[in-house]
Design a protein around this ligand. Structure first.
Ligand SMILES: *Cc1c(COP(=O)(O)O)cnc(C)c1O
Ligand code: SF4
Length: 335
């Protein structure tokens, strides 16, 4: 671990000082030799905050956190079946920034920005600029929800909804809490892992005062993402009444073994977070090298069922276009 990188700067500063230069990242990690295998697509550059880099091991080209963020030549390879919009989401926006795919919940993309760029991201080709709700759209979104009484939960997503300022985020919370039918507000975010200081007192106070259930789904793929500082911030969120659950993506060479998955579940639990979903990779162009054979995923899952208490086993699911829920992987297939 590279302790000199650990910083307690406020989250905005950490966000603006994220590493965006491959040369700098490789120098910091003593991995200059990797330069030859780098390729950076114009639409999706390198971006990683220093606190996340500090959780990597210098000199280790196979570090599971590094592999999630380091652009790689393999992204250039076109693989049949891996497409720009694997979930056909571009067709499911009734109004700008709002996705209504599942009966009781709608998803709002409050920003296209992320603190970190994950190479496997299924939204890496998404045209956020064309899909960002402006403040005028708060009203349209409120009317949409009111006209759909079956909706009781709003998911703030992105991009990363915690990459916006408290002021903007609180404006969304105010808007949503004023809609009586809503019982739950959910945030899908990777920021607590990437810049834990994002869970600042003002945010936690505001969340603890909400009249709605607040659920935070952190996107943690590997136990090494949760160091002591990160675990402390997560515990604070839990004390503030936030329900913490995790969704991970099954990534080849990063977390596709029984050992890494059990360590992840246990580390999450120690930090007050329960596993929720383990997603099979969405087939997005540029990410085929992270995908696992489905038979591998299934055999791994059987081992997890045997190794962990039931409450630490995430649901193994796949997101498919035009399905009304995340589809459970059939673990009896072929048996
Ligand atoms: C994943 C997702 C949800 C939430 O699904 P849950 O199964 O409730 O976690 C809602 N809307 C969209 C568009 C999604 O992709
Ligand atoms: S934080 Fe989430 S949305 Fe942002 S790049 Fe990573 S996977 Fe994609």
């Amino acid at each position: 671990m590279i302790n000199h990188l650990i910083t307690q700067k406020n989250w905005q500063t950490q966000l603006s000082e994220a590493i965006t230069s491959v040369d700098e990242l490789l120098t910091v990690l003593n991995l200059e030799t990797l330069k030859a295998q780098i390729y950076i697509p114009a639409h999706f550059h390198l971006r990683v905050p220093r606190a996340f880099v500090a959780k990597m091991t210098a000199g280790d080209a196979n570090d599971p956190l590094l592999k999630q963020v380091l652009p790689d030549k393999q992204e250039q390879i076109t693989v049949t079946g891996y497409v720009a919009d694997p979930l056909a989401e571009n067709d499911q926006n009734p109004i700008k920034g709002l996705l209504h795919k599942y009966q009781s919940r709608v998803l709002l993309t409050v920003t296209g920005a992320c603190a970190i760029h994950c190479r496997y991201c299924f939204r890496q080709h998404f045209d956020y600029n064309a899909n960002m709700p402006t403040s005028a759209e708060h009203l349209a979104i409120t009317s949409y929800i009111t006209e759909h009484p079956e909706v009781n939960e709003v998911i703030l997503s992105g991009g990363d909804p915690l990459s916006v300022s408290n002021r903007r985020l609180f404006a969304w919370l105010d808007t949503l809490e004023a809609i009586p039918q809503l019982t739950t507000i959910r945030l899908h975010t990777r920021l607590p892992l990437v810049i834990p200081e994002r869970l600042d007192n003002a945010l936690l106070d505001r969340l603890s005062q909400s009249r709605c259930n607040i659920v935070m789904v952190i996107h943690c793929n590997h136990a090494n993402e949760i160091d002591t500082n990160t675990a402390e911030y997560l515990q604070r969120a839990r004390v503030a009444g936030v329900v913490l659950i995790n969704q991970a993506v099954l990534l080849k060479g990063i977390n596709d073994s029984v050992m890494t998955q059990t360590a992840l579940s246990q580390r999450l639990f120690d930090a007050g977070v329960l596993p929720y979903y383990l997603h099979v990779l969405d087939k997005v162009a540029g990410a085929a090298h992270f995908d696992n054979d489905e038979r591998w995923a299934i055999s791994l899952y059987w081992l997890l069922l045997a190794a962990l208490p039931g409450y630490l086993v995430p649901k193994l699911v796949q997101e498919l276009p035009n399905r009304p829920f995340k589809v459970p992987i059939d673990i009896y297939k072929g048996s």
